[in-house]
Design a binder for this molecule. Structure first.
Ligand code: C2E
Ligand code: CA
Ligand code: CA
Length: 752
């Protein structure tokens, strides 16, 4: 079960790991798609920028060309003003001779104030280069003070009809600082800038960013390593020489790091006509930010999903661990009372018994007559009683004690109390609490319990030994009901004796140690009308054991059905034989204990025995005791009725010692009341005994029953009994219980 618990978390971790991998893949995909998107945007931007630049420059080149030719022809600079008016991106036009002197300028400039282009350091280089070229050449971007704008000088050599270089047509192409070259700003955003870089000297011609100051930007060449690093990166990535990549009108992409450590994604294209690099760079940090934003969303979803999942698993795990705890609880607890059960006791005994363990006591509690409650009121009732009983004892034990339901109506308490007086006082308190009335379904009743106590290690150092010792003590306590006994070694003797008797009893039948004796029963006229069959056991080591000693043991050890069988069959056989032999007929009384009577097939056995012996002529009587009516009356009554209907008489033995009510007695199919010997013993000098006997006799007369007095030993007793109206007698005064032969002799001698 712990495995399941572990597996649940294992599953969770597997899911978590899977989700992590998934997150990784998704994030990576997102990362590449974002990067690709930026690269694509940038590529398109470079394409757009390079096309627009090329077109712009080409149109300006054409203007310069036409203008140069015209000026050469007309020598009239006014056309410059006309074109200037039409072309707002041009700041000024000028025409210089090959020495660098301005010959004509648009009227917005003063020709005399303009420098010689061949002498000024900033212009010399590109001016001279222009004269070597057929195409338009771009000068360094500079601040055109006269117009207050930044501009790119564009120059074009002008040739006469013979192809001779006449001069250079020049113009200032305005840009908005470091921001705009076209009517629209071309940039994807703050994170991006587009640059036009001159290949020749790496001067920036234009940059679409308004972040840097134009002066710094345009008046110094670009730091050497940047463009070189870009080109080197491209060269390596595309395996091309610089020359080859300049010739191909392709857009190249490369990622490089600025000297200040900034990562950028670069797209670059070369415009070979104007010897310009059109370069766009995107700050990788921005791509990262963009990615991180969506990544954060993923993480958020991931975390919230797993939180939910975690709580789900937590719930399952909790439920599982609760289930496990419940199972353990169930396995170690009694379902009804919720106390620990026997399994728990055996499993946990090592908490109590170990080397050097402190001494403790084991109480063995057993309810008195619990079976009666169950039988009379039903099991549901019994269950409620058990719960209440358990509650009461649990409330009276210390925290370090444990209470166990050993099974049925037996309970065990383990306690660290060891002082004898304290133990007895505590037990008495328990018994008092137990004896308080129980109210169940409006019924009020009381129940007792017996307690036996054994001490560790004094009375045993194993659970079994302690249980046995406590059980023995409890057995002693049971004799008195509702009492407590501490185990004492002397009790062991009684116990061992019981064990001994039990052992010997098992073989008594085979060894023919059991036999029957018969005590005559006399009617008012002194005639023997019947006998009571009494069992005897003569054992070679134990001697003659009285039946009231061994019968309870036989019952407790489950030997009674066999013994009962023997008693009934022997009695029937012998009494039939005797009656045939003597040619007389008399009643035979059999003692049937409560346990015997309650055996499931008691009646069937009796009937089959009667049939087996073919006993029609002999009249039978069963002696039962009042304690039978503590048992389930609903079950007993029809059985008694059936016995009675078969012509078998029923006698109520030991009458007066129990508590049969008159109302019950009225319902019973009985023929005879048997006054207990204890009343007869004291009849001569005890007035209460006399009253009792008189009462019994009047009840008997009332219900039209025979009344038999047993234990009559003297003539005096017989006299007074007769005076009270007793009509049947049994006792040593007439005859002791007799063996078969002695009975035969007795009956013969008595015969008229
Ligand atoms: P019980 O049924 O009350 O039997 C009467 C007992 O009183 C017998 O003792 C009998 O021997 C004794 N007794 C009879 N008259 C006198 C007398 O004048 N003076 C004295 N002192 N005693 C007298 P016993 O045979 O020892 O039986 C004791 C008890 O054992 C019986 O009491 C009966 O409950 C039980 N028992 C005996 N035999 C059987 C049996 O075969 N089956 C069953 N189930 N129980 C039996
Ligand atoms: Ca009897
Ligand atoms: Ca009796």
């Amino acid at each position: 079960m712990a495995i399941l618990q572990k597996n649940i978390w294992m599953l969770f971790y597997i899911l978590l790991a899977g989700a992590f991998i998934f997150l990784g893949i998704v994030s990576y995909t997102k990362w590449t798609s974002i990067t690709k998107e930026y690269i694509t945007d940038q590529t398109n931007l470079v394409k757009l920028a390079s096309n627009a630049t090329h077109t712009l420059l080409l149109s300006q080149e054409m203007t310069l060309n036409i203008l140069g030719d015209q000026i050469l022809k007309d020598k009239d600079p006014r056309i410059m003003d006309d074109l200037l008016a039409l072309n707002p991106s041009i700041v000024a036009f000028g025409f210089a001779d090959i020495e660098g002197n301005y010959l004509h300028v648009s009227s917005n400039f003063n020709k005399t104030k303009l420098p010689n282009l061949r002498q000024l350091a900033a212009t010399k280089d590109s001016f001279e280069y222009t004269m070597t070229q057929q195409k338009m050449v771009l000068g360094r971007t500079y601040f055109i003070a006269a117009s207050g704008r930044w501009g790119i000088p564009i120059r074009k050599s002008i040739f006469d009809k013979d192809g001779k270089l006449i001069g250079v047509m020049t113009a200032g192409l305005a840009i908005e600082g470091a921001y705009k070259i076209f009517t629209e700003n071309i940039s994807l955003g703050d994170y991006n800038k587009v640059m036009l870089i001159r290949d020749r000297d790496h001067f920036v011609q234009f940059e679409s960013s308004n972040q840097e100051s134009p002066k710094k930007l345009y008046e110094e060449p670009l730091s050497d390593n940047f463009l070189n690093a870009v080109l080197e990166g491209v060269r390596q990535k595309y395996h091309l020489s610089i020359q080859a990549l300049k010739e191909k009108p392709t857009i190249y992409e490369v990622e490089i790091t600025h000297s200040d450590g900034k990562h950028v994604q670069v797209s670059i294209k070369y415009d070979s006509r104007y010897e310009l690099w059109v370069l766009s760079e995107i700050d990788c940090a921005h791509i990262n930010d963009d990615f991180i934003e969506s990544f954060l969303w993923y993480i958020l979803v991931f975390i919230s999903m797993h939180m939910v999942l975690f709580f789900l698993f937590k719930m399952i795990a909790n439920a599982e661990s609760k289930r496990r705890k419940d199972l353990i609880f169930q396995a170690t607890h009694d379902e009804l009372t919720q106390l620990f059960n026997r399994a728990y006791l055996h499993q946990h005994m090592n908490h109590w018994i170990y080397e050097g363990a402190p001494p403790f006591s084991l109480y063995y509690l057993d309810m008195d007559h619990f079976k009666n409650v169950n039988d009379s009121f039903g099991h549901q009732f019994g269950d409620i009683l058990l719960i209440e009983f358990a509650r009461r004892i649990s409330s009276l034990v210390r925290k370090d004690s444990i209470v166990i339901r050993q099974g049925g109506d037996e309970f065990i308490i383990l306690s660290y109390r060891i002082d004898n007086d304290e133990l007895l006082a505590h037990s008495q308190m328990l018994l008092q609490e137990i004896a308080k009335p129980y109210t169940i379904n409006q019924f009020n009743f009381v129940i007792g319990a017996s307690i036996g106590i054994a001490k560790y290690p004094e009375h045993g150092n194993t659970l079994d030994m302690l249980l046995r010792a406590a059980d023995i003590a409890m057995y002693e306590a049971k004799k008195y009901k509702n009492s407590v006994r501490l185990f004492a070694p002397s009790m062991q003797e009684g116990y061992l004796n019981r064990m001994n008797v039990e052992n010997e009893l098992r073989t008594a039948l085979d060894k023919h140690e059991l036999y029957m004796v018969y005590q005559p029963q006399i009617d008012g006229s002194g005639k023997s009308y019947g006998v009571e069959a009494l069992v005897r056991w003569q054992n070679e080591t134990l001697g003659l054991i009285p039946p009231d000693q061994f019968i309870p043991i036989a019952e407790a050890s489950g030997f009674m059905p066999q013994l009962g069988q023997f008693i009934i069959s022997t009695t029937l056989k012998e009494m039939k034989a005797l009656q045939i032999e003597l040619g007389v007929s008399f009643q035979t009384s059999l003692n049937i204990s409560v346990k015997q009577f309650m055996e499931t097939d008691f009646l069937e056995n009796l009937i089959s025995q009667i049939k087996h012996i073919k006993l029609e002529r002999v009249s039978l009587c069963l002696e039962i005791t009042e304690s039978l009516f503590i048992e389930d009356i609903e079950y007993i009554l029809p059985l008694l009725q059936k016995v009675h209907d078969m012509g078998i008489h029923i006698s109520m033995d030991d009458f007066g010692t129990g508590y049969s009510s008159l109302s019950i007695l009225r319902k019973l199919p009985i023929d005879e009341l048997k006054i207990d010997k204890s009343f007869v013993d004291t009849i001569l000098d005890d007035i209460t005994a006399q009253k009792m006997i008189q009462n019994i006799i009047s009840i008997g007369k009332n219900l039209e029953l025979y009344v038999l007095a047993e234990g009559v030993e003297t003539q005096e007793q017989e006299r007074i009994l007769k005076e009270f109206g007793c009509d049947r007698f049994q006792g040593y005064f007439y005859a002791k219980p007799l063996t078969y032969d002695a009975l035969k002799a007795f009956l013969t001698s008595k015969a008229p």
